[in-house]
Design a protein around this ligand. Sequence first.
Ligand code: ARG
Length: 575
Amino acid sequence: MVDLVGWVDDKLRRAFARASLPVEGVRSVPATRPEFGDFQCNAAMALGKAAKRNPRDLAAAVAETLRADPDFASVEVAGPGFLNLRLADGFVAGLAREQAASPTLGIVQTGGAPVLLDFGGANVAKPLHVGHLRSLVIGESLSRIFQAQGLETVSDVHFGDWGLQMGMLIGAIRRAHPGRAPGTVGEVIGIDEMQRLYPEAAAACKADPGRMAEARALTAALQGGDAEARADWAALRATSFADQKGDFDRLGAHFDLYLGESDVQATVDRLVPDLMARGVAERDDGAVVIAVAEPSDTKQIPPLMLEKSDGAATYGTTDLATIADRPDNAESRHCGRYVYVVDERQSLHFTQVFRAARRAGLAPGVAFTHVGFGTVNGLDGKPYKTREGGVARLRDLLDEAVAKARERVDASDPDVDAEELAQQVGLAAVKWADLSTGRLGGYVFNLERMMSFEGNTGPYVQYACVRIGAIAARAKAAGAEASAIALGHPAERALAMACLGLPNAVEAAAAGAAPNEIAGFAFAVAQSFSRFYTECPVLAAGEDERAARLALCELAFAVLSRALWMLGIAVPRRM
Ligand code: ARG
């Protein structure tokens, strides 16, 4: 029973009931100032108003019951009828000991079906750019948050590997290597040439209808099963994959499935006629669409296009076909939720796709969620660009962060792999900046700020872990052992209270698909630890106090490293 907030709310409700008051809406909030105690409850105000009674009287009746409970150190009625609650130190210490002994650190294991996460979503043949950063780090973090709740997750990258861009590129490669037979051209192309040819090909097709017609024909050939087109495509997909996989691995983004739009071609071929036959899809001006508008819509939701008038499938078709396939795939068969971590600008697309899936009866019983996010911006507040005004490559951005980290970290320790450390710190800075803000707002990519060892940054929280680790190492060397947590000093109590926030942070993060809840929690623990560190000597304390403080340090280290794990951030040994 480490669920502190749930416990307090329960006590409150009982006390309200005892005073013959309704309990609905009775809950606690964290106290706004430490001198008010640990928690506050404002329910008496609303109840007093409804019952036309003085809220202070209601609050006083509740306070009387709560005061009889030895787990509260004080219960006060303040102002017009606020209840200020302070828990007894012994009670907090007991909870902290329970948390320390719990393998999940008190995180509630929810149980339930596995969750499928669709994120990454890179298009083949292009290098990953800054826009992919958010999907990758948020998607990976959500996957870990669900795992921390004991849920199984299945992650699928859903490559964009089947559209017109493939025909454009195959055409461009064949032109660039006129001596080679079609079907063998993909083999000779390296990643650099591919990434150079791709934008050239796109521009050429835009400017020249002949080139565009060629690209369309090649795309149709590829999708129609032409062996040469398919061989060239497979080779360039493999080259692109190897390149992008390097970035996924470096970011620690793990995928169970590397499927893509190409994997559902056969499903698309049978799904569209099937939906038409069932009357779910219909012809509209030569195209095939599914109407998805609903009477309660406040803005117009256009139909989902399944087939353009030229017969080509769309982005929506492949997403719908993917939903049709997932219940049959061994890996995703049992998933009860599909979570799509994709740019907020695609929210209409997902509304259409999810509604179309419902109408078509695909993946019955599955809950669909689109987890959107805002853009990464430059210092000017506009979407991030390179100095030359181009799209920033993800790799360059990460390299820059790691280079900055290399300047800051202490490489003098012979036991530390300086390069590994620079990678850990640089990536922590980038991930923290991304995950610590609400995902729907954009944020400014300010390397200087995110790299600071002070303030709300990844390196600051990593550094807190390193300092705790150093205390533990010195204690071990001195033969000092931890005992059980006991709380005497206010800074000890504050640190224990901060640690006890973990279960709530995880619950809020999972419910709102909000990794920033975890970051906010970790930052609060790191700050509480800083204060504890300055005010409470550990190794220099007397034997009993030292042992109890070591135990508290162990708990702080455990919750902080678990939180950083959920954010995909490494805990370095030294810094
Ligand atoms: N490839 C898409 C794009 O670049 C993103 C894919 C997101 N996932 C999905 N299931 N639609 O916009």
